[in-house]
Design a binder for this molecule. Structure first.
Ligand SMILES: Cc1cc2nc3c(=O)[nH]c(=O)nc-3n(C[C@H](O)[C@H](O)[C@H](O)COP(=O)(O)OP(=O)(O)OC[C@H]3O[C@@H](n4cnc5c(N)ncnc54)[C@H](O)[C@@H]3O)c2cc1C
Length: 467
């Protein structure tokens, strides 16, 4: 096995022996070597500046573009590297581990936007958004809504209507990575012929139409990622910038946005855990206690910390890579996309929920343990560990949050997938009847009168029944 290099020297963290190289192709290993080199030369040094100065990681993203990574999963015929889900996982992990987590998260959102377009690619969308990618064009996903928090699939403050042969789109987003900096925004709104919150459509909107206030962004970690609020204020866009048919939003989420986001973000959290372990190895093998003649790494307690962190993180990595492989299998190595209403990657969505949960949980724990292993020195900013710690804490709270994910999985296992009821459509008779039982006769009457009144109002708005 070749040595992992860091510039002209052997890498000071974990070597290739601890990377699951049997899952990567030779081309993917070459891409990884290129990325590690870019991280050593520039991305990692920039990460400190982006974090200190709350700066958008444009320079790092440009560098990724120069080497083809901004079009990683785009077919070669359209100027991309023609890579698959495993490569995507490796790239997200590698940027976060050796380089810059803010860059890695902007990259995840960028690739999310690119892949949402590629799911329903048209010649117009390809010419305008896909072919120019390697010139440094950045996209992002804008889904989260101020009214519904982390329930990003429920865009209340948004809408679209048909106008002049195209669409008029409005959107308020509480968080958008690269907000105000990206060149194009893939957004989800309710459909032009809105029939309920499961009737969603996807549009791509150019950066010039976005109102953003990057100065409002200030956060514990991922400080370069500039995930501030944005607004699209009834902007006219041409019909070609509808991505897929109207009403395709839910299917686009299940087949593209969620699978790519969950694989990419899980890989970023795995990368941050590995990066923290790398730093702990560097520090604990170099720091000596002269009184006992031992290095910090010689204490069994520290060896236990590192051993457990490596095993837990590699379990999470291999879990992520295995789900990425399943998606590769379902899409003939990311060369085939299913049509509207059909699923390929989406059949593994309940697995993708699990990998994000595990990776975010693991990284939050591992960064704490690596801080404990490094002691007070790790608490100081110069060792970089504290940046990894702050960046890693975003994993748990980013939507779908880990609270939501564990409930999705537990509820789906116990009560079936239909019970998830994303758009608040199914009536929980059991809960209602239990609450009604608590009312006395007067309370029941009052409720009944209220319900009759509401039913009359509703019936007057519904189309008259035929026959
Ligand atoms: C660094 C960063 C970057 C981001 N980038 C983007 C982006 O590019 N695009 C985008 O669209 N969004 C983005 N987001 C937003 C993200 O996806 C979430 O929408 C956001 O973190 C939710 O924050 P909130 O305060 O609204 O949480 P809330 O939804 O208010 O959650 C508060 C608490 O309630 C819990 N909770 C919520 N619902 C349930 C439930 N049903 N059951 C149990 N508990 C529940 C949550 O888990 C959490 O503990 C980003 C967030 C961060 C932190």
């Amino acid at each position: 096995m070749t040595d992992k290099m860091w510039g002209g020297e052997p890498f000071w963290g974990l070597g290739y022996d601890w990377d699951p190289d049997w899952v990567y192709t030779d081309k993917q290993k070459e891409l990884r070597a290129t990325l590690i080199e870019l991280c050593e030369k520039e991305l990692r040094a920039n990460a400190k500046r982006f974090d200190d100065e709350l700066m958008f990681p444009r320079r790092n993203l440009e560098l990724l573009g120069e080497h083809g990574f901004l079009a990683l999963t785009v077919p070669e015929g359209y100027g991309g590297l023609g890579e698959n889900h495993v490569a995507y996982s490796m790239v997200c992990e590698t940027i976060a581990r050796y380089g810059c987590a803010s860059t890695a998260m902007c990259y995840v959102m960028h690739m999310g936007a690119v892949n949402a377009i590629m799911l329903r690619a048209t010649p117009e969308l390809i010419d305008k958004y896909i072919r120019p990618l390697n010139s440094g064009k950045i996209g992002t996903l804008s889904y989260s809504d101020p009214e519904t928090g982390s329930h990003f699939w429920y865009p209340i403050s948004s809408g679209a209507e048909r106008s002049n042969g195209g669409f008029k789109v409005r959107k308020k987003a509480s968080w958008t990575t690269s907000g105000g900096f990206a060149d194009f925004y893939v957004v989800q709104t309710t459909s032009p012929d809105f029939s309920g919150y499961d009737d969603l459509s996807v549009f791509v909107v150019d950066g010039e139409h976005i109102q953003a206030q990057p100065s409002l962004w200030d956060a514990l970690g991922l400080r370069g990622n500039q995930s501030g609020p944005i607004e699209i204020d009834n902007i006219e866009i041409p019909a070609e910038q509808l991505v897929g048919p109207t009403g395709d939003g839910a299917n686009s989420n299940d087949e593209s946005v969620d699978p790519w986001f969950l694989v990419g973000s899980a890989s970023v959290w795995n990368g941050l855990a590995l990066g923290a372990i790398d730093i702990a190895k560097r520090h604990t093998t170099r720091k000596k206690h002269v009184d006992v003649g031992l290095r910090v790494a010689d204490y069994p307690t520290i060896q236990d910390y590192v051993g457990e962190a490596v095993m837990d993180t590699n379990a999470s990595r291999l879990f992520t890579l295995s789900v990425a492989q399943a998606m590769d299998g379902a899409t003939e190595n990311n060369t085939v996309n299913p049509g509207p209403g059909e699923l390929a990657r989406g059949n593994f969505l309940h697995w993708a929920w699990q990998i994000k949960f595990e990776a975010a949980k693991n990284t939050a724990h591992v960064v704490d343990k690596m801080l404990h292993a490094c002691g007070g020195s790790g608490y100081k900013r110069d060792m970089e560990l504290e940046r990894y710690l702050r960046d890693a804490k975003a994993g748990w709270v980013m939507g779908p949050t880990n609270e939501v994910l564990r409930q999705f999985v537990g509820k789906a296992v116990l009560l079936g997938f239909d019970s998830l009821d994303y758009w608040n459509q199914s009536y929980n008779r059991r809960a209602v009847e239990n609450e009604v039982k608590k009312l006395d006769a007067a309370g029941k009457r009052e409720l009944a009168e209220q319900l009759f009144k509401e039913a009359d109002e509703q019936a007057s708005k519904e189309p008259a029944a035929k026959g």
